[in-house]
Design a protein around this ligand. Structure first.
Ligand code: DGL
Length: 273
């Protein structure tokens, strides 16, 4: 039976990815799940992020999904490999779970002329070194510097996009990463929440340095994946339907989500675990 493509994030951030996926692949059906009740994931340990993400993946499988995208760098960094290698073979060999780190790493080197890239992410993503490892596979000559921005997700989740506090923490981390390598000409926003801070990030980033978010990259990569995997593509339903679920407060989600998704959203509450 055909089913929607599942899109998972710890909260709202994955909506920035879904927005671009829907632009590129509007004909498919999508189910979005935000684990807002337990966000942020970026400050949680490996075991916890794995356990929560595994629960979410099973939730999508219970809904019939054959393909689930972890539209969250932290979940991709800390849970994806275990789920792909250990869990999927036991659950169902015909199901697929994909992340956002590999498709981003495959292409990010092409944005940089100086071959010096800066990666901004949650503490979990940065400490996992996933981007260092993955980018080195595709672009061994690129020098990658990293910076954890632990305050940024909370600023975004609480809709605190314009305040002295926001200016302070955005400027702080931009200065810190550029201080690590003066030749950086490309900054990657390796967290799906960060595009909401794009205006502030650009304000504190010197001219000539590109700031790259992942939405379009992930969307193009998914399009390419579906064109190469007939068995998965043919299991995805195509009526243009979108469903949204949150483990948090539905009214808050509906209020907030349009900022991330770009149009209004009506969600249903759900429980994980
Ligand atoms: N949006 C998630 C990411 O891309 C992290 C948000 C969180 O810390 O929960 O890493």
């Amino acid at each position: 039976m055909k089913a929607p493509i599942g899109i998972f994030d710890s909260g709202y951030g994955g909506l920035t990815i879904l927005k671009e996926i829907v632009n590129v692949l509007p004909e498919y059906d999508y189910i979005y799940l935000g684990d807002n009740a337990r966000a942020p994931y970026g400050t949680k340990d490996f075991e916890t992020v794995y356990e929560y993400t595994f629960q979410a993946v099973n939730w999508f499988f219970d809904k019939g999904c054959s393909l689930v995208i972890l539209a969250c760098n932290t979940a991709s960094a800390k849970a994806l490999r275990s789920i792909q290698q250990n869990d999927l073979p036991k659950i169902d060999v015909n199901k697929r779970v994909l992340g956002v780190i590999r498709p981003t790493s495959e292409i990010i080197g092409e944005y940089s002329k100086s071959k010096h890239v800066g990666v901004l992410g949650t503490t979990g993503t940065i400490n996992s070194n996933s981007y260092l490892i993955e980018i080195a596979k595709f672009f061994p000559n690129i020098k990658v510097s990293q910076e954890a921005c632990p305050e940024w997700v909370s600023l975004v989740e609480s809709n605190n996009l314009q305040s002295a506090e926001t200016d302070h923490f955005v400027q702080l981390h931009i200065n810190q990463i550029l201080g690590k390598d003066s030749q950086i000409d490309t900054l990657l926003l390796a967290c799906t929440h960060y595009p909401l801070l794009m205006d502030k990030i650009k304000q504190y980033t010197p001219e000539g340095i590109a700031v790259i978010s992942q939405g379009k990259i992930v969307a193009e990569s998914l399009k390419n994946y579906l064109s190469r995997h007939d068995n998965i593509e043919s299991a995805c339903s195509k009526t243009g339907n979108r469903q949204f679920y949150t483990t948090g407060n539905s009214a808050d989600f509906n209020d907030h989500a349009s900022l991330f998704f770009g149009s209004s959203v009506t969600c249903e509450p759900t429980i994980l675990g």
